[in-house]
Design a protein around this ligand. Structure first.
Ligand code: ADP
Ligand code: MG
Length: 699
């Protein structure tokens, strides 16, 4: 077997620190590092020098074009390629790339979603280089990670608010650390997103218009075998999938993406890939790239990678786990329990900041993962419920409880705890207790937010998480900065936060009926089941106030985002609905009709040969199927009417409610009848590959 040199491969297509150090003069390099590490403004000369080296490096590595690579609100990345060529006087061309071209681009913004911003502002937008995320080469193009704004400065993308939210938490966390006598250069949040996906055979995929148009199956009866044997989870990986994974790893490594763990997931044909964590904005760029490259590499292997949250009914859907933490420039993890009681006090305060943030802004976290696709998962007993709560594990919960009640704590180490900062107990990392049903779980030195859908950009939830935690930290710093007796006031503050926010803590089974009741009726937690329910809360006063105060969003940006997300929800379901109507009329009904015809013909032929044959099977099947075709046609018409009625809704809020209340139930009804007909109809007559073929055809 050919030997692979992974260290050599890793980052070979990235203009990373190693390349910068080697190619840039030390003054240019140092100045650029200051911009990257300390957010200092980049001067033009430095940009010019960087551009020159970037161009040479890119050309040496096969690039002919460059692009400003950005993340508009479509949820996927965008790029417009320009070649490096410039005509030279001798009639040939030279390869040019200037500092200006590196720093700023001007793509036409008019075709990207802007949620009303376009009406009041100029259609033009600009992209601005994000030097904190390294440039890379993809398919002969130098890609420069950029933020995307309108000319009036409104963010039209996901990166801009993410960077702003990172600044907000950096500012407040540094204030809090100062109280503990720590001066740090910066505090950054880090993320390791675990990505789930399905692989299906390309030929099967292409035969299904629902998969092609919507990324999920809109019809399909369960095959005799699903995931009930639990034989896929961590199972032996099939050769075709192994070949795909190897290829995928190579491509990701070349781009400096720390692809680390890969395994089969619960559902047949479902897999997961997790990278090693990195700084949030880089992790976000990398996750977008990872999703793109998964799809490309799958095609090379004659498969299709499905990133939809629920490609198949009846088996698990795909999510994404956002492992999140905060660390200083020296690498100290602020969510890691410390060695000394004093460090533990600091840890507890940061822990409290997260608990309070999740409680105060449950709705923001919920809506940050809300899409039509993810609505199929949350609360469906395979993913966390739509109710947001925090899992801490028994040990940490016990400690918080002891602090709240001024009681001694009997931990695993049997240390009796007397209160007062210096006597907070030492506790071990509780990593054993894994509660899979919790949407927001503490896992030893990080929190794992598990409600994300597999196709979500991780920017959205991290924007909200960073901003909300920044708000708690701000409140703590405001309070403690003037403290006369820091330790006593710190202790009181922690106690107060625990008391006030303990309703969000839940270690039990999040899938149970009792939890839904307790959470909503006793604890008053919100249970926002669909995107239509969740998204409007973006405009709640408390949420807008907080996001605006931390300069994460402006008021106009919030209005535009709410509109875009709701529009996206409505459009997605609308496309699904029309696809269903179409498939029923053009394929399903004619197919059933064909089978009915052959049954009828057989029956009359048989009866003409002998009057003793009863044809019970033929006749009863015909009766059932004929009844179903009537029901299918009637439901199809009702769905079509509901879709038509959407056009008359006065605004996007009303449209999204109609989608939720009228369209989706009608889609479900139609599907039910078609799936019933599927199991009665000969496979030869059925127009599309079955679930069995889709789920079990890759070896
Ligand atoms: P599992 O959840 O399966 O136990 P791990 O705990 O090893 O797996 O990590 C899951 C993800 O969490 C990985 O992407 C890992 O890099 C990431 N992770 C680990 N530590 C941190 C941290 N401090 N901040 C953010 N992500 C982290
Ligand atoms: Mg995990």
């Amino acid at each position: 077997m050919e030997k692979k040199n992974v260290p050599e491969l890793f980052g070979s297509k990235v203009f990373d620190d190693r390349i910068m150090k080697a190619r840039l003069s030390s003054s240019v390099y140092n100045s650029l590092r200051k911009t990257i590490d300390e957010n200092q403004k980049l001067d033009e000369e430095v940009a010019e020098a960087v551009a020159l080296q970037m161009r040479d490096w890119a050309i040496e590595n096969g690039a002919t074009h460059f692009t400003h690579w950005f993340q508009p609100l479509t949820g996927v990345t965008a790029e417009k390629h320009d070649s490096f060529i410039t005509p030279s006087p001798d009639g040939g061309v030279i390869m040019e790339f200037s500092g200006k071209e590196l720093i700023k681009g001007e793509p036409d913004a008019s075709s990207f979603p802007s949620g009303g911003l376009r009406a009041t502002f100029e259609a033009r937008g600009y992209t601005a280089w994000d030097p904190t995320s390294y440039a890379f080469i993809k398919d002969h193009t130098l890609c420069i990670p950029t933020a995307f704004c309108s000319y009036s400065g409104d963010a039209l993308d996901k990166k801009t608010p993410l960077l702003r939210s990172m600044q907000a938490i950096d500012k407040q966390a540094k204030r809090v650390l100062k109280l503990f006598g720590k001066e740090v250069k910066y505090v950054r949040t880090s993320v390791g997103p675990e990505q789930e996906y399905f692989l299906v055979d390309r030929e099967m995929f292409e035969k299904r218009p629902d998969l092609v148009y919507t990324g999920r199956t809109l019809f399909g009866a369960m095959p005799p075998k699903g995931q009930e044997l639990d034989d896929h989870y961590f199972g032996v990986i099939k050769p075709r999938v192994t070949a795909f994974m190897e290829d995928l790893n190579d491509e990701l490594w070349k781009l400096g993406i720390l692809a680390k763990t890969e395994h089969n997931e619960v559902a047949p044909a479902q897999h997961e890939l997790a990278p090693i964590f990195s700084t949030t904005n880089i992790a976000t760029d990398h996750n977008q790239l990872m999703m793109e490259i998964m799809q490309k590499v799958a095609r090379k292997h004659d498969m299709v990678c499905l990133l939809h949250e629920k490609p198949f009914a009846g088996v698990n859907g795909s999510g994404k786990h956002n492992n999140w933490s905060m660390a200083t420039d020296t690498g100290a993890n602020l969510l890691s329990p410390g060695e000394t009681p004093y460090e533990n006090a600091q840890f507890l305060l940061f822990l409290c900041a997260v608990i309070q943030a999740v409680d105060d802004y449950q709705d923001l976290l919920r809506l940050s993962v809300a899409t039509a696709g993810n609505d199929h998962r949350l609360g469906a007993n395979e993913a966390p419920p739509a109710i947001i709560s925090v899992f801490l594990g028994d040990e940490l919960s016990g400690i918080l409880d002891a602090i709240k009640n001024d009681k001694p704590y009997q931990g695993t180490e049997k240390v009796i705890m007397k209160l007062g900062v210096h006597t907070l107990p030492r506790f071990s990392r509780d990593t054993t207790d894994r509660n899979r049903t919790s949407p927001f779980a503490f896992t030893g030195n990080k929190f794992e937010f598990r409600s994300l859908g597999s196709s979500n950009s991780i920017a959205c939830c991290n924007i909200m998480l960073n901003a909300a935690v920044a708000e708690s930290l701000k409140q703590y710093a405001d309070k403690l900065e003037g403290a006369k007796d820091f330790e006593a006031e710190l202790h009181d503050l922690i106690k107060e936060v625990i008391t006030k926010h303990e309703r969000i803590l839940f270690n039990g089974n999040g899938y149970s009926e009792e939890w839904v009741k307790e959470a909503t009726q006793v604890r008053g937690l919100s249970n926002l089941k669909t995107t239509a329910d969740a998204m409007p809360h973006l405009l709640d006063k408390k949420n807008m106030d907080m996001l605006i105060a931390h300069k994460v969003f402006s008021e106009t940006e919030l209005h535009s985002r709410c509109e875009i997300m709701l529009e996206n929800y409505c459009k997605t379901v609308n496309i699904e609905g029309h696809t269903m109507v179409d498939m029923v009329r053009k394929n399903y009904l004619p197919a059933i009709e064909g089978y009915l015809y052959s049954l009828a013909k057989t029956t009359s032929l048989m009866k003409s040969v002998s009057d003793k044959v009863k044809c019970e099977y033929e006749v009863s099947t015909m009766e059932k199927l004929s009844g179903l075709t009537d029901l299918i046609m009637a439901s199809d018409l009702k769905l079509e009417e509901a879709l038509e009625a959407l056009k008359k809704c006065p605004d996007i809020m009303k449209t999204s409610e109609a989608v939720r209340d009228d369209v989706i139930p009608k889609m479900e009804e139609l599907r039910k009848y078609v799936d019933e007909a599927e199991v009665l109809t000969s496979e030869k007559c059925w127009p599309f590959p079955s679930y069995g073929k889709l789920l079990f055809s890759v070896y």
